[in-house]
Design a protein around this ligand. Structure first.
Ligand code: ZN
Length: 292
């Protein structure tokens, strides 16, 4: 028998899922959620962002959350960092895997991190240099609004490729192409993922889709068919972006895992256990409508 195809599913619920909620999930609730998700077989998870608590109050307790989960084994825990200060805070907390993010759309980036994309690339250079003094650390880049922007609508493929090139030149080997608002469709997904993989075969690309127009799984499948093997999703379909008006939830992890498992593509994750976690989500987020 030929070896089974495998995909990596990166859970982003504790970060992307929670960041847009007006309700604060307490520290114990976050730690429990992360531990339960890890027990489902998830091998990589974004657990929060080192951003100003004024911008996103949900992450004001990120240090305490990390202290409660650092003993988890067999899972890569990542945190987002927007700048050098965020990076230093993240390293102090004990987290070793970072995600730097910026938007390929100038206006969205200005709204989100108050920088132009070019300024973000300069910040990434500084961060990468700082990381070179910290062994055992790793950084990837999440490119936002790749499949459409609420302010600039369509983003040009050549602009996306130019930013990936800049990121690759800094020495980052992993890039996630994010559909921050859910404007992507399978044809666009194929065009952009193929262009990126062909031009940068040395880069590991992942994708991150939102389900605003119900196309999350269709986009996931198209990306898989194009050759992508790393997918971000959020338990219960939680998610949004505080600076992307109208963005709704991420593709639900349980839906994505169900699809791949049923296609005999190995995820290593139990759908039944994920469904049990969605019940816990209902307990801690009684007033939030979940895609479950
Ligand atoms: Zn997102």
């Amino acid at each position: 028998m030929p070896p089974k195809e495998r995909v990596k599913i990166v859970e982003v619920g504790p970060r992307d899922g929670l960041q847009n909620l007006s309700v604060h999930v307490d520290t114990r609730g976050k730690i429990s959620l992360i531990k339960q998700l890890a027990a489902c077989g998830i091998r990589e998870m974004q657990i929060g962002s080192f951003v100003s608590p004024k911008a996103i109050p949900q992450f004001k307790d990120i240090r305490e959350v990390i202290a409660g989960i650092l003993d988890l084994k067999g899972i890569t825990l990542t945190a987002m960092v927007p700048n050098l200060q965020g990076l230093r805070d993240a390293l102090k907390s004990g987290i070793r895997n970072l995600v730097f993010f910026f938007s390929v759309s100038r206006l969205h980036n200005l709204h989100n991190v108050k920088q132009t994309p070019e300024e973000s690339i300069e910040s990434l250079k500084i961060i990468k240099r700082e990381l070179s003094f910290n062994p055992d650390t790793d950084i990837s880049v999440a490119l936002a609004t790749v499949f459409g922007c609420p302010f600039e609508l369509q983003v040009k493929v050549e602009d996306i490729l130019r930013y990936v090139e800049a990121v690759a030149a800094i020495g980052v080997g992993r890039v996630t192409l994010c559909d921050t608002v859910g404007f992507g469709n399978p044809k666009l997904v194929e065009q952009i993922t193929r262009a990126c993989m062909e031009k940068f075969p040395e880069i590991h690309f992942g994708v991150h889709f939102h389900n605003t127009r119900g196309l999350g799984l269709a986009n996931t499948l198209k990306a898989y068919e194009t050759g992508i093997r790393s997918f971000e999703s959020s338990i219960g379909g939680l998610g949004g972006c505080p600076f992307a008006p109208g963005a709704s939830g991420n593709v639900a992890t349980e839906d994505m895992v169900f699809m791949f498992n049923e296609m005999a593509v190995e995820t290593g994750i139990s759908v039944q256990k994920l469904l049990d976690v969605t019940l816990y989500l209902q307990d801690i987020l009684p007033d939030v409508s979940l895609n479950i």
